[in-house]
Every structure is written in structure tokens, then in C-alpha cells.
Ligand binder design. Structure first.
Ligand code: BG6
Length: 600
């Protein structure tokens, strides 16, 4: 979705544009259809610069770095309402060019409000819902002349899930409003800031305060107050200190965040391994989930693939009945058949995916209590609204395509399954993973770079797997789609012959993921494709018959039920990355996507 950030300094800043740029770079993953900066001087002069396009291009064209002022607001947009064009870029100003605001999320009654406000004399530059936020507040402000009061009244009118930042250029300070999308305050020595994302606050300060839905904050350079949007009553909230290592949000010499995050998996996987071994919490969660009637594993995108892989592990290792389900389909598939004794694991690296939060709302509104969040960002909505938290422990992941967070989620499910199934041997085996990942990534990178050169003009790439290698194939196919725009399609290796085989023409690349125990099945599937002249690429522990029957064979250093699929995903991540780079695509900010989709 979109990223928003606002800051109030104690003094006028000649380098306000550079400060805002620091925050903007941490918000790019939220959206890059357009970018806008505004500086407000001590005297209330507004310097608003914005346009459609990626941040760096717009920043250069509009000279964002030159912006000065005491207050600043920025917005990076992933378009939902209104095509990416200058008029729909944010921040927006009101009719009198006095109020300035930027929003994230969706105001679902935008059309209706544009008609009503236009009828009342407001003029709109575009059709973006962020502009409706600004004019709705203005409409009340024209009567109340009190921004706080106008925000509270607008809260009752603006429908949907959103957060926004707004300032009156003629007054001091700034406001941040939260209703359904993430919002944090950052507390500094000579400033206070607000943002949709913690990573954009961390370069300024590690002191932060999460806001909850239905709250808004008024903040000045050295003070803030949090209030209820319903009553205006003041709310006390404890300040938190971010304990992670923020340097992780820098590229560290790598050309892209994606390759950095792929290669740091041998280190970041230790986060979840230590959690599984050292925290009694995971053991306690395992006991509770074992006692529950069944476990729903709920997520979107890569978080769904981790859930799908987790359900194989829960079956095989934990002997626990589980149902993996895409967040957006949960209600339709299971909404009327839930039982209070069921447990629900909400899987989301950002903790902000709207489809998954919709499930949380659905369950909490019906009094379900066995809710667990499995998220990577402390202070995120899912984290704050659940009591039982299973941390992903991957450190910040910046690239839009999930890699290290997927791995830690999948490893978390291996560990949870082992705890539920009392399999200490499996828990011990997980400690081999950092070394195995190091070896796999080290040895297969050249294979993947060469293979990407061969496959970069392919129209489609099929990836087949059996058992937990199927979600591994799904995750690999998603990476390829996301960052190379090639149609990657995953299929059960057992199912491919029932129809999709018709698609195979000479030279069609088909990637087979194999573990020793399914190698017989895989060899049959390979032969079915081979006799039709498909190009066979295999990722497998050493296996002479698979090697002999493959055009390209990428060996894995280890064989077992849980590790092989995880190591295969690391290889597929590398392949997707090199396909992206060889197709001159920026893997960190692929078209049409956003790291966190906070809208339906
Ligand atoms: C999508 C991202 O928007 O959201 C995917 O592009 C991600 O990479 C999916 O897997 C789910 O996100 P989250 O934060 O809920 O894991």
C-alpha cells in the first residue's frame, strides 16, 4: 500500500529535504507509483513537490533535497483510487492551500464524498481518496477552526481502513490519525515524527509508540498527546525501544536488498532457531496447539506458502490436523464451521496485510481466543492485537519479495511441529540449517546465474514438487513472477500429467524439486516431460538417476523431509533474483506490487 511519514522539528531545517529522503527510502517498499514531499516553514509557507514515478527519479526532477522548513510530510503511493498521475500523488492540500495531508489505506466512500464535497463548493484536482481526506477535514475545519475537532468529526464520515498525517500550515504541530492501517510515533530529542512504518522512523530514533485503531495523536517537536477519535480523551501509552539492528535496513554493499536478504538467511535463520530452543513460549504454544481441535494456518502470498509447508510438517512430525488457508478465502471456506477449541495462527511478516487482519477481526468479533500472530514486525497491528506472539525474528526485510521472512516462517513451523510431536531429534537437526544454507547458497549461486542467462527469455517456467516440495515450488514460482515478470507456475508433480503436460513444447523449462524419498515419483514425472522434449532442471540431493535424466542438475548438500524443501527455496530465490537482474528489472521494487497490502 502507501507509505506516509511526517516530522516536526524544534528549529527550521535547511536540510529538511534530505531528512525526509532518509525516511522515504525506507518507505519505497510500500509503494512506488508516485512520490511527494512537502516542507512547511516557521511562517507557514508550504513547499509541495510531487509527481507520478519512482522516488529517485522524482526526487531528482523536483529537487526534493532543496526543501526547507520546520515540518515535513511525505507519501509514497501504491495506486488504488486514481491512476498514478501528479494530481493523484500525495500529499494533498485543501481548497485554501492551508491544510496539508497524506494518507495510507482506503477510504471506501471516496466517490460519494467527492460528489457531496464538490456540491458544497470544494474543488478536487484528481480522484484519489487521500484528497477526499483533506477536503473532508477542511469542510469541518471551515466551521470549527480547530483541527483536532475537525479530525474527530471527519472520523465519523470517512469509511474504510486508513491512517493519515495532517498539518495546519498556519498553526504549529501535526496530527496523525489511525483507523485500520499501521501508524507509529517516533520520539526524538529535537523532533517528533509519525509514520506508517517503523523502518522509516528507526534512522531517526529507536524510541517509538504504536497507535491503535480509533486513536489520533497531536505532536510537536518535543511533546505529543494521544487521544481517542471518539471522545477526544487523552490516552497514556508506554514508549517502546526498538531492540533490533537497524543497519539491516541498509544494502551493506549489495546491489539490491533482495540478494542481501537471500544471502543473510544463514545468519537470520538463527533468530527463529534460538527462539524455538530458548524460549519456553514456543513450547507452551506447542502444548496449547496440540490440545486444540485443529489448527488453522492463515496467510497471504509467501506467508500462505509457509503455512502450506507448515501443514505438511504438522502432519508428518507433529501428527496434528491443520488447515492452511489463504487469508482472503478463510471466511468463505470455514467461517460457519469454526469451533472455539480450534487454534488460529495468523502468519504475516509485516503484521499489516489487510486480508489477514480481516480474519483477525472476524475471529475476535466472534469471541475466538486461541489466536496466535506469527509476525516479523513488533508493534504491527497483528502483533498488538494478539496476546500470543510467535516472532519471525528475521530482522527488517526491505525487498518487496519475501525471502528470509518466508524461510523463518517455514522453520518456525518445523520447530512448532517438533515441539508438538515431541521430536527433539528434529529440533536438534534444525541447528544444521545455517551451515546447510551457507553451503547451498554458496554452491548454487553460479548455477543459478548461468541458468538465469539460459531462461531469461522464457515465456513460462514450471516448477513441480511433491509433498512439502510443492509449497516450495509455489514459493519459487511466486518469486519468479514477482521479480522477473516471467510466468512461473508451480504444480504438484503427481498432477502435471493430468492436463498441464499439454502445455509442454520443445525446450519448455520445467524445474523438478526432489527429496530422496519421492525420487521414484519424480523420475516418472521427469520422463513424462522429457519424452515431450521439455528442458529438465532438477534441484535435488545427489541422485544419479535424476542427474542422468536432467539437462541441468543443481545438487543440494543434505537430504531430509524438512530441510530439502527449505534449501530448494533458497536456490529458487537465487534463480528468481538473477532472472530479474538479467531482465533489467529492479528486484526490490517490481512493478504493480507493494511489500504490504493494507487494502482489500
Ligand atoms: C504481498 C507481498 O503484498 O503480501 C508478498 O508482495 C507477501 O511478498 C504478501 O508475501 C503477504 O505479506 P505479509 O506481510 O502478510 O507476509
Amino acid at each position: 500500500m502507501c507509505g506516509i511519514f511526517g516530522i516536526v522539528y524544534s528549529e527550521e531545517k535547511n536540510n529538511l529535504g534530505e531528512c525526509l529522503m532518509k525516511a522515504a527510502r525506507r518507505l519505497v517498499y510500500r509503494g512506488y507509483d508516485s512520490a511527494g514531499f512537502v516542507g512547511i516553514s516557521e511562517e507557514g509557507k508550504i513547499d509541495l513537490r510531487k509527481d507520478a514515478g519512482k522516488l529517485d527519479k522524482i526526487a531528482k526532477k523536483l529537487k526534493f533535497q532543496e526543501i526547507k522548513g520546520k515540518r515535513g510530510i511525505i507519501q509514497l503511493r501504491w495506486a488504488t483510487f486514481g491512476i498514478p498521475k501528479k494530481e493523484n500523488a500525495q500529499p494533498h492540500v485543501d481548497c485554501k492551500k492551508r491544510l496539508v495531508s497524506a494518507h495510507n489505506g482506503n477510504v471506501v466512500n471516496t466517490g460519494e464524498l467527492i460528489r457531496e464535497l464538490t456540491f458544497k463548493g470544494h474543488s478536487f484536482m484528481g480522484d484519489n481518496d487521500g484528497e477526499v481526506v483533506c477536503h473532508t477535514v477542511e469542510d469541518f475545519f471551515n466551521v470549527d477552526h480547530n483541527l483536532g475537532k475537525s479530525i474527530m468529526k471527519a472520523y465519523r464520515i470517512l469509511r474504510g481502513d486508513y491512517s493519515y498525517i495532517i498539518a495546519d500550515s498556519k498553526e504549529k504541530g501535526m496530527f496523525a490519525v489511525k483507523k485500520g492501517s499501521s501508524l507509529f510515533l517516533g520520539i526524538g530529542k529535537d523532533f517528533t515524527c509519525a509514520s506508517s512504518d517503523l523502518p522509516s522512523i528507526l534512522p531517526f530514533t529507536k524510541r517509538y509508540i504504536p497507535l491503535y485503531d480509533g486513536e489520533f495523536a497531536e505532536f510537536h517537536s518535543s511533546s505529543y498527546k494521544i487521544m481517542s477519535l471518539e471522545t477526544g480523551e487523552r490516552i497514556e501509552r508506554e514508549e517502546l525501544i526498538y531492540k533490533g539492528d537497524i543497519s539491516q535496513a541498509e544494502k551493506g554493499g549489495f546491489p539490491h536488498f533482495m540478494i542481501k536478504e537471500i544471502k543473510e538467511q544463514p545468519r537470520t535463520v538463527n533468530g527463529i532457531i534460538s527462539y524455538l530452543n530458548d524460549s519456553g513460549e514456543a513450547l507452551e504454544y506447542g502444548k496449547q496447539i496440540r490440545k486444540s481441535r485443529k489448527a488453522f494456518l492463515i496467510g497471504s502470498g509467501s506467508s500462505y506458502h509457509a503455512s502450506l509447508m507448515g501443514s505438511y510438517f504438522l502432519n508428518r512430525i507433529g501428527r496434528k490436523f491443520s488447515i492452511p488457508v489463504v487469508s482472503g478465502e478463510f471466511k468463505e471456506l470455514f467461517g460457519n464451521t469454526l469451533n472455539k477449541r480450534d487454534s488460529f495462527i495468523l502468519v504475516s511478516q509485516s503484521g499489516e496485510t489487510k486480508d489477514t487482519i480481516n480474519v483477525l477481526n472476524y475471529l475476535q468479533e466472534r469471541g475466538f481466543e486461541n489466536l496466535y500472530s506469527f509476525v516479523n514486525i513488533p508493534g504491527s497491528t497483528l502483533y498488538l492485537r494478539t496476546k500470543k506472539r510467535f516472532p519471525v525474528m528475521s530482522e527488517l526485510e526491505i525487498s518487496v519479495a519475501a525471502t528470509k521472512t518466508f524461510l523463518n516462517q517455514a522453520v518456525g513451523f518445523v520447530g512448532l511441529s517438533a515441539l508438538i510431536g515431541g521430536r527433539n531429534d528434529i529440533l536438534k537437526e534444525i541447528s544444521l540449517l545455517p551451515g546447510l544454507l551457507e553451503e547451498t547458497i554458496g554452491k548454487s549461486e553460479v548455477f543459478c546465474e548461468n541458468l538465469a542467462e539460459e531462461l531469461k527469455s522464457s515465456l513460462s517456467i514450471y516448477i513441480l514438487g511433491y509433498g512439502p516440495n510443492h509449497p516450495a515450488a509455489l514459493e519459487g514460482a511466486l518469486k519468479i513472477k514477482e521479480v522477473s515478470y516471467i510466468h512461473g507456475e508451480a504444480y504438484y508433480s503427481t498432477e502435471f500429467k493430468h492436463g498441464p503436460l499439454a502445455l509442454i513444447e520443445e525446450g519448455n523449462p520445467v524445474i523438478f524439486l526432489s527429496s530422496r524419498e519421492d525420487s521414484e515419483k519424480i523420475i516418472s514425472a521427469i520422463n513424462e516431460v522429457r519424452v515431450r522434449k521439455g528442458k529438465i532442471i532438477s534441484i535435488s540431493p545427489e541422485n544419479s538417476s535424476i542427474r542422468l535424466n536432467s539437462d541441468v542438475f543443481i545438487p543440494l548438500p543434505y537430504e531430509n523431509y524438512t530441510m530439502t524443501p527449505l534449501l530448494s527455496v533458497a536456490v529458487l530465490q537465487l534463480l528468481a533474483y538473477y532472472l530479474s537482474v538479467k531482465r533489467d528489472i529492479d528486484p526490490d521494487t517490481p512493478r504493480n506490487l507493494s511489500k504490504t497490502i493494507t487494502v482489500d
